[in-house]
Design a protein around this ligand. Structure first.
Ligand SMILES: [Zn+2]
Length: 153
């Protein structure tokens, strides 16, 4: 009896279903980030290695991956907010403001569009998990240089 025909124990089957023992190669097949244990999808392949990483893991050296994975798992609530803001339709400002009532600087800026606000939330997520050095400010629509000079005056 070889490994392929040997019956698997119920425990082994349960572990496989839960994703234990999966390697990075297995994860690549399912679209997951190549960093061990990362729950995010992998979409960035640096250097054409065939190993796709999420936006967070792609930004940091591999020795920091376990810490970033841990932080990503602790910040799932933030991705829930992103999902809610995306789904809120014309109520997205109210949804964002309510979600961040204890952190008002994270509420939507009056000049931010929904798309720019979602982009900022994702950048802030990267900052909070250690994949971005600076905390992003509200992302404002592009303006012409004279308009920017006028706004500063
Ligand atoms: Zn990742």
């Amino acid at each position: 009896m070889n490994a392929a025909t040997k019956p698997r124990s119920a425990r082994k089957i349960a572990e496989e279903a839960a994703g234990f023992g999966r390697t990075s190669d297995d994860r690549a097949d399912t679209g997951g980030c190549g960093a061990n244990g990362c729950p995010q999808r992998g979409s960035i392949d640096l250097g054409g290695s065939g190993r796709f990483l999420c936006a967070c893991h792609a930004m940091v050296p591999s020795e920091q991956w376990p810490a970033v994975t841990h932080a990503i798992r602790q910040h799932g609530w933030m991705l829930d907010i992103v999902r809610d803001v995306k789904a809120a339709g014309c109520e997205w400002r109210r949804t964002g403001a309510l979600a961040w009532s204890i952190e008002p600087n994270m509420a939507p800026d009056p000049r931010e569009t929904q798309a720019l606000y979602i982009a900022r939330l994702l950048q802030d997520f990267e900052f909070r998990v250690g994949a971005r050095a600076t905390k992003p400010q509200p992302l404002l629509p592009q303006r012409t240089w004279p308009a920017m000079q006028g706004a500063a005056a």
